[in-house]
Design a protein around this ligand. Sequence first.
Ligand code: HEM
Length: 213
Amino acid sequence: MERSISRFAFGTMAFLSVAIALHAMRFDAVPMNLWLGVDEGIRHVVERVPFQALTHMLVAPFALLFGPFQFMPRLRARYPRIHRVSGRIYVAACIVAGLGALFTAPYASGGRVPGIGFAILAVLWIGTTTWAWRAAVARNFALHRTLMRYSYAMTFGAVTLRLQIPFFFMAGFHSYSEASVWLAYTSWIPNVLIVALYDAWNRPRKPALVAAE
Ligand code: HEM
């Protein structure tokens, strides 16, 4: 039962990640001046700072695409080379897209408050992912797994952000930019807290002390 619930949760996470990544790839047409379904506020951001914004928007979807499959134990055990190669792509995508995000954040369409939220996220994203990669290189796989869970919780913020948008519209917000004052925080803080709870719950318990006779 527990196994089928976690399989369902993983399947849903992987499906949403791939779907949002493919949807985000509409930005590949922006350099050809095709703005397929791009929000007005976001268009202004890209027009103001095209280099950093497009570096972020064109590279970040690869982190979402490659991330989920890294968590499949069977794939890791059977094809360790694939795990290593796609892991490097994931790490490179997080670092490059994270730097793009960090330098786009001051121009965020919603202003300074979302800009600060996105900048904090970018720094944590780059820092955690780099640390997780270094832990793998140092063969500290327990630390590597823990840190990658946090890294992906932040990557998955791109999904939770987009899932939350309709609720903000229902609550009376009129545009993405207006809602981004909240979204820049609500999209990723709960994900990180869920991973922290998961880790606390799965931490090996200290063996009970055997009472001396
Ligand atoms: C986890 C760290 C991330 C940070 C700090 C970040 C930051 C940002 C910022 C500052 C913007 C401009 C938003 C605005 O003006 O309000 C943006 C937009 C965007 N980001 Fe990210 N982002 C992150 C992850 C991702 C991921 C994983 C994807 C993959 C799909 C992604 C795809 C996009 C796209 C496509 C846009 C354009 C707006 C849209 O279509 O929704 N971002 N991001």
